[in-house]
Every structure is written in structure tokens, then in C-alpha cells.
Design a protein around this ligand. Structure first.
Ligand SMILES: [Zn+2]
Length: 275
């Protein structure tokens, strides 16, 4: 890992505005306004001339380097501003994309009923896909699993019944784009009323402590296994639907599956070196 490869990864990132902001440019100031509650005021000399074209370039296909290049002579300021807007979530990463349709051969690890079902379909023709199926809320094992997959440059997918009462099927995790497993965990942690329990669980497992399995209905395991295999199949489609990159949650009490957008977490250190 060198400083230049980090800069290259930043330049290649595809960002877009998180909301349909109205951009108001006046001498020395640019305002981004979306509805009542989302406002950003950016002040700099001449900003009304060089910032709007930079923002216009981030239309989902524009990489950071191309956008910054639209502000000749002001590249450093534009770059710093994009980093600030990303940190404040006014900018987000565009939806991840497979470079090309992929046919995967499943390399499955984990334990429990969900693992047994998915492992029964392991192997096959294609590129290795790292698959983790868990029956316990062992987040340390999940984080380690994806760190290994990223280091090997492998695509990955994670399914677990560990949350107890709910089962998760992760998005297809791409080695060079989109959220990583640690981004997901950071997001869950951020939403939790007791985030310190995440740290306690990870620390406990890393010290070799036992994480007990969570019971889960066998039919629910079957639903999760099918969702996972469905996503693997969709990766081979010429234009995979956005659902491939969403988190799916099965609520075993309500018999309901919901889908959730996930994004790279600006503070995630786990995927920073690989992106
Ligand atoms: Zn990450």
C-alpha cells in the first residue's frame, strides 16, 4: 500500500449527491438545499464558478478525479470540499457495479443449518466466491472472513441467523466497489441503542470466548439459503438488479423479508486500503 495507490483509489471513486440538491451559486458562496432540513453553505473565493461544474460531474458515472479536473487551478480546494461533503454524507458512493457478469463457484465456510443448505450447492464452474454462513452472532469471525476475502481480491457474500429472530443476507460484496462487511457492521453499530455491545461481542470472540448459536426455524434457513443462491445467480445476469447490492433481512416472527440500501461508511478502515 502506497500513498499514490490510495490517491488513485480516491480518484476512481464514483460519488453522487445523496439528495436532489438545488445548487444556488452566488458570488463567493454555493448553497446546496434539499427540502427544509438539508442545507450546506460552502464559501470560497470564486466558488460560484468552479464548484457547480464539479458537482454536475458527480452524476453517478463521474469519478472524483474527473470531477476535480473541472476546476482547473482549484483542484486542491475542490478535492478538499468533496472529502468534506462525503464526510457529512451530502455525497455518497454511487451504487456498486460488477465489472462484468460473473459466474461463481461457491467456497462456503461457517456452521449450522444455513451453512449445511448452502454448502450442499458449493463448488461449480466459475470464479471463487467466498461465502460465510453463520448460526451465531460472531461478528469477529465475519469481519475476519471478509478481511481475508478482500486481501485475496475475492467477491464475497455473508448470511447469518445470528441476530436471533432475524436473518441477514448481505449484498454481494465486491472487492473494489461498494460497502464491505465492516461497513455493514459499522452501520448496525451506529443504529444500535447499545453500540458498546458490538465492541464487547467482537472483543470476547477475539479473546477466544464462546459465542452461542442462535436457534432459527429450519424453513427460515431455507428462505435465507434461497435468497443467497438467488443473488449468486443474479450476478451472472447481463444487468443485475440493484437488489443484488442490498441487504436482505428475514424477520422470522413476521415471516417478512425487507431490503435495505447499504453504503460505504466514510469511517470504515477495513476497506480503505482496497478501494
Ligand atoms: Zn468498509
Amino acid at each position: 500500500m502506497t500513498a499514490s495507490s490510495g490517491a488513485d483509489a480516491w480518484g476512481r471513486r464514483r460519488l453522487r449527491l445523496a439528495l436532489p440538491f438545488t445548487v444556488i451559486a452566488e458570488p463567493g458562496v454555493v448553497r446546496l438545499i434539499a427540502g427544509e432540513d438539508h442545507r450546506y453553505t460552502l464559501r470560497a473565493d470564486g466558488v460560484e464558478r468552479w464548484l457547480p461544474p464539479v458537482l454536475a460531474a458527480l452524476d453517478g458515472d463521474g469519478a472524483v478525479a474527473d470531477a476535480v479536473a473541472r476546476a482547473p487551478g482549484r483542484e486542491a480546494e475542490a478535492d478538499a470540499l468533496l472529502r468534506r461533503l462525503l464526510g457529512e454524507r451530502a455525497l455518497v458512493d454511487d451504487a456498486p457495479r460488477l465489472v462484468a457478469p460473473r459466474r461463481f463457484a461457491l467456497v462456503v465456510e461457517g456452521q449450522g443449518g444455513l451453512f449445511d443448505r448452502v454448502a450442499a450447492g458449493a463448488g461449480g464452474e466459475g470464479e471463487a466466491l467466498a461465502v460465510l454462513c453463520q448460526d451465531r452472532h460472531d461478528l469477529a469471525a465475519a469481519l475476519d472472513f471478509h478481511a481475508r476475502a478482500l486481501a485475496a481480491g475475492h467477491h464475497a457474500i455473508w448470511a447469518t441467523t445470528g441476530p436471533l429472530g432475524r436473518g441477514w443476507v448481505s449484498p454481494l460484496l465486491l472487492p473494489g466497489d461498494g460497502a464491505c462487511l465492516a461497513c455493514l457492521v459499522l452501520r448496525f453499530r451506529g443504529l444500535s441503542p447499545a453500540p458498546e455491545l458490538y465492541d464487547a461481542l467482537v472483543g470476547h470472540a477475539r479473546r477466544g470466548g464462546e459465542v452461542r448459536p442462535s436457534p432459527f426455524p429450519a424453513r427460515g434457513e431455507a428462505v435465507l439459503a434461497e435468497l443467497l443462491l438467488w443473488k449468486v445467480e443474479l450476478a451472472a445476469a447481463p444487468a443485475p438488479p440493484p437488489a443484488l447490492y442490498r441487504l436482505h433481512v428475514l424477520d422470522a416472527g413476521a415471516l417478512a423479508v425487507s431490503e435495505h440500501r447499504v453504503a460505504r461508511e466514510p469511517g470504515c478502515e477495513a476497506c480503505r486500503p482496497w478501494r
